[in-house]
Design a protein around this ligand. Structure first.
Ligand code: FDA
Length: 303
């Protein structure tokens, strides 16, 4: 349903709606896919997930950051969460979006903020994943990753299989911890595959390449059972040990399948977004899978 997808992407980018929804708390069923607004609530959610045998990667929600003061505030939120995870002794690592800590304001400012987060995370013995955003941010993100990889050993990034550059990047980072995804943004045909079959085929190739080549740890972040089961077959055929990879899924999605992977002995990580800025994230989830609209229907009838 490409039209619905475009509508939800458009809604996710609407600044007025983003600003308004920050003030009203989790609504329309968003609590099914967002871990909480406050750090304390989110820590409780993480404990629940840990108790089900899964680890967590948390994401402080925050978009449209155009002022340094806002970027510093978001950096403070991320650091607060890292410290809370450390103090509460829960099993979680960080996912960080560079646009939130100043990438679109000033590259050097963003680099300094990243270094600060990585330093605090290192003290807490925590890995930090730098999420990959839209293609407009790609060059600066890769540049920043290459810089911090020289200085820190607790950082990695995401490669999106829809980008033509993905194969080259997976080989470049074959010894690094990488999260592999299909890609969540709308990109032009000059830089990205448009056909789902091409994206899926590229995705499987990336997974196999990263699992076999080099020494990097592979996070396979997808809800796609065909991809996951084919990956598991590949892992068995090639005797790849379970401590070299993990599966990641978003909070609230395919919970039975998450539990099933845990029961089968596979490391499974839940991506838990939290914070006031939940709206754009929620809209993007609806864009990916318009069937998720039933979350909205249930959410409205509940409210
Ligand atoms: P896709 O949406 O292609 O679905 C394939 C098939 O799987 C469907 O046809 C259906 O059969 C089944 N399926 C999917 N969802 C289902 C559901 N909820 N219930 C039942 N069946 C379902 N993107 C990005 O650009 N940068 C990033 O940093 C990240 N980070 C990230 C972290 C994590 C943990 C995840 C899971 C995803 C991301 N993504 C991302 C998003 C990613 O790029 C992609 O947009 C989404 O995961 C959707 O694609 P899938 O691979 O999940 O399957």
């Amino acid at each position: 349903m490409p039209v619905l997808r475009d509508i939800f992407i458009h809604l996710s980018e609407n600044k007025i709606l983003n600003d308004t929804t920050k003030k009203i708390g989790l609504k329309f069923g968003a609590d099914k896919v967002v871990g909480g607004i406050k750090v304390e609530d989110t820590i409780e959610r993480i404990k629940d997930i840990n108790n089900q045998g899964m680890s967590v990667t948390f994401d402080n929600l925050g978009e449209f950051i155009t002022e340094k003061s806002d970027a510093l505030w978001e950096k403070g939120n991320i650091i607060e969460m890292i410290k809370a995870i450390d103090e509460n002794n829960v099993d979680a690592h960080a996912s960080v979006k560079l646009s939130q800590i100043g990438l679109h304001i000033d590259y050097d400012f963003c680099l300094e903020n990243t270094r600060e987060i990585l330093t605090v995370a290192k003290q807490a013995d925590m890995f930090v994943n730098i999420d990959m955003e839209n293609y407009a941010a790609y060059d600066d993100t890769i540049r920043l990753i290459d810089t911090v990889l020289e200085e820190f050993d607790n950082v990695g990034t995401v490669i999106q299989s829809y980008l033509f550059s993905s194969r080259e990047d997976v080989i470049k980072y074959k010894d690094q911890r990488l999260r592999l995804v299909k890609g969540a943004y709308k990109e032009v045909p000059e830089v990205a595959f448009q056909d789902k079959r091409d994206i899926d085929a590229a995705y499987l190739r990336l997974i196999k390449t990263h699992l076999l080549e080099g020494r990097g740890f592979t996070s396979i972040a997808t809800h796609d059972h065909n991809i996951i089961e084919e990956t598991i077959d590949f892992i068995k055929e090639n005797n790849i040990p379970n401590d070299q990879f993990e599966f990641q899924m978003l909070y609230g999605f395919r919970k039975d399948y998450q539990r099933n992977l845990v029961q089968r002995g596979y490391n499974t990580v839940v991506y838990v977004p939290f914070g006031y800025d939940w709206y754009a994230y929620f809209m993007r989830r609806l864009a990916e899978r318009p069937q998720n609209i039933n979350l909205v229907v249930k959410g409205i009838t509940k409210d």
